[in-house]
Design a protein around this ligand. Structure first.
Ligand code: AMP
Length: 224
């Protein structure tokens, strides 16, 4: 099962992706997390990507596309994958589609979480990251996943914020890119929505992102 996951930053993609990962025993590949790991590890890739990420800009395609295509070739991706955060523009969609077709692989499901920009912004600012597991959901503005005190609600781990999550200008830029249905991430999602109209083996599903984590998860599972 190969899945593409779209949704604005703050829509709960990471959380729902983790549910899918367990359900299908496939790898959850988050482009943003790969960049953050590289930055933490001080790699060349991390050094190149950091300046773009801190400003809320996209990392250039000539860095991002090969990084993801290489990741998809690893052994743990053979049983299937969820791509989260990639593709983010129509060029990335095209390149991904072409690379998969050339490798005899295909996309089974494309999921889009629908969420209003203002709500998404508030969710990002309230998001807290667990030091032990980036997929432990914690958000100071969402009752269902409020941290316990200042610690992770799942494991009690230390919590932190992402630098680009507290910078309103950077959030605005990331959302400008996401909601751009002509050249941005929505355009890249619609590339696959169009594909699904002619290729019936590809399913394009939408989810109402305004609901709580559990409800969105239930809608997701019922639609798969
Ligand atoms: P995310 O964790 O998905 O919010 O990604 C964090 C940052 O990583 C983004 O704001 C971009 O700077 C960079 N990034 C992640 N995915 C991509 C992508 N597909 N193309 C370009 N830049 C990306």
């Amino acid at each position: 099962m190969n899945i593409l996951f779209f949704g604005p930053n703050g829509s709960g993609k990471g959380t729902q992706g983790a549910i899918l990962k367990d359900k299908y025993a496939i790898v959850h590949i988050e482009s943003g997390a790969i960049f953050r790991d590289n930055i933490k590890g001080g790699t060349e890739l991390g050094k190149k990507a950091k300046a773009f990420i801190d400003k809320g800009d996209l990392v250039p395609d000539d860095i991002t596309i090969p990084m993801i295509l290489d990741r998809l070739k690893k052994d743990d991706a053979k049983k299937g994958w969820i791509l989260d955060g990639f593709p983010r523009n129509p060029n990335q969609s095209r390149m991904l589609h072409e690379a998969l077709t050339a490798a005899g692989m295909k996309i089974d499901k494309v999921i889009e979480i629908l969420l209003d920009r203002e709500i998404a912004k508030k969710r990002i600012i309230g998001r807290r990251l667990c030091k032990n597991d980036g997929n432990h959901p914690n958000n100071i503005f969402i009752d269902a996943i409020k941290p316990s005190g200042d610690k992770c609600r799942v494991c009690g781990g230390e919590l932190s914020t992402r630098a680009d999550d507290q910078d309103e200008a950077a959030i605005g830029k990331r959302h400008d890119i996401y909601y751009d249905a002509k050249n941005g991430t929505l355009a890249s999602a619609y590339y696959f929505r169009d594909l699904a109209k002619t290729d019936k083996s590809v399913a394009y599903l939408t989810l109402d992102g305004t609901k709580g984590v559990k409800e969105v998860g239930a809608e997701l599972v019922s639609k798969l």
